[in-house]
Design a protein around this ligand. Structure first.
Ligand code: FAD
Length: 381
């Protein structure tokens, strides 16, 4: 990277903000354009589950990306506390996976096998152990797995604290909608924002579900996948629990978050009665005691989905100084730290922490965009 390279980032969700922070620390002059308040889209709608274990249909490169990113969290929380004085609620209490129906057992068996084979720590609690791990869990479940290394974080507080740390490192967050990315002779020259041209040596696309909509960006099939979730003011279980149909995440303030639908509904960020019924049912199946909790509210957010459920990270072949950092679908909170490391390496020329090839945006042309209604990975385990 040229000393003092001028970097523009489109979008101040957790991904854009974390990239901005790490690039400013590396010496870049960074401006982030955000059309709303920082952290107000998917990064606020998430439940903050940090799932370390391997899921059933996970390519090995993606599993490794998740593993590495998860490991950054304790150090990031510590660093944020040192530089901002704020410590987002981070819970390293593990995650329980349960089979509320007999039909759910085969998928639990498969997940156990995959993780045991990969030497990822996994336990198979007896019913009694399960009740000790999670008093309040549905007493009629058919089986469970426990992953002690899974964690959760208050994603809203985390994103806003990263924005603060980035500002302290010199990043300028500016309100504005990027209308186009401008380029000349195979190089990006800057962006058009608020009807003005802003020049840049590098532009990073971190606009979440809207990343593929910005004129001037080569093909980038990012599809909004709506997630509806709700919160109740009770905490029958003090650790994260997931079933095939939903998951609950307890927060430090005594609330329990329950999520989430996985729907293709265009760019409509609204709750529906069907969606809330589905989420409530999933929560009650995990813990009937949640039904007594005061209902605190519901929300909906758009996950940046991709046709192959893998993020787009790295330079575009057509415009090498335009970098994608988007399409993190259900894992953007978990993957923000590694994404920022990879983006920084792409710009500074350092060796990346992992092979970027499977995540490069040039695979877009070979992917077929799912039809509306097809959502890819809707299973929660
Ligand atoms: C209900 C739900 C539950 C989830 N649970 C989890 C979870 O437990 N764990 C996990 O890891 N992930 C979870 N996710 C996924 C996670 O929220 C996303 O992957 C992540 O927040 C994506 O971050 P982002 O910064 O890419 O996008 P966003 O947070 O959406 O940020 C993109 C930003 O770009 C801005 N923008 C867009 N276009 C422009 C433009 N033209 N000009 C300027 N600004 C622009 C937007 O305003 C927005 O602020 C969940 C998501 C949902 C909806």
């Amino acid at each position: 990277m040229n000393k003092n390279a001028n970097v523009i980032i489109i979008g101040a969700g957790i991904v854009g903000a974390t990239c901005a922070w790490r690039l400013a620390q590396a010496g870049a002059r960074v401006t982030v354009f955000e059309r709303n308040a920082p952290g107000s889209e998917a990064s606020q709608a998430a439940l903050g589950s940090l799932t370390f274990h391997a899921k059933a249909k996970m390519p090995s490169e993606f599993r490794e990306m998740c593993r590495q990113s998860r490991q950054f969290f304790p150090a990031i929380i510590k660093e944020l506390a040192e530089v901002t004085g704020e410590r987002p609620d981070y819970r390293a209490g593990g995650q329980l996976l349960i089979a509320p129906a007999e039909d759910d057992l085969p998928i639990l068996d498969l997940i156990y096998e995959i993780n045991a084979r990969l030497n990822i720590e996994v336990e198979r609690p007896t019913p009694k152990e399960c009740r000790l791990l999670a008093p309040g869990v549905n007493p009629n479940i058919y089986g469970s797995l426990f992953f002690p290394d899974d964690a959760s974080v208050d994603n809203t507080a985390l994103t806003l604290t990263i924005v603060r740390a980035a500002e302290q490192a010199g990043v300028a967050f500016k309100r504005g909608t990027v209308e186009a990315v401008e380029s000349k002779a195979g190089r990006v020259t800057g962006v058009r924002c608020n009807s003005q041209t802003h020049s840049a040596d590098w532009v990073i696309v971190a606009a979440g579900s809207w990343s593929g909509q910005i004129p001037g960006i080569p093909l980038l099939p990012v599809v909004p996948i709506r997630g509806q979730a709700l919160a109740v003011a009770t905490q029958p279980i003090r650790r994260s629990v997931t079933s095939p149909r939903g998951y609950i995440v307890p927060r430090g303030d005594g609330q329990t978050l329950i999520g989430a639908t996985v729907e293709q509904a265009g760019f409509v960020e609204a709750n529906t009665l069907d969606g809330l019924r589905e989420v409530s049912a999933a929560g009650l199946e995990i813990s009937p005691a949640l039904g007594q909790g005061e209902f605190l509210g519901a929300w909906a957010g758009l996950r940046p989905g991709t046709p192959d459920n893998l993020p787009f990270i790295g330079p575009f072949a057509e415009l090498p100084n335009l970098i994608a950092a988007t399409g993190h679908f259900r894992n953007g909170i978990l993957l923000a730290p590694i994404t920022a490391e990879l983006v920084r390496a792409a710009i500074t020329g350092e060796k990346p922490l992992l092979e970027l090839q499977p995540f490069l945006p040039n695979r877009a042309a070979s992917l077929s965009v799912p039809e509306p209604g097809q959502t890819g990975d809707a299973h929660h385990l």
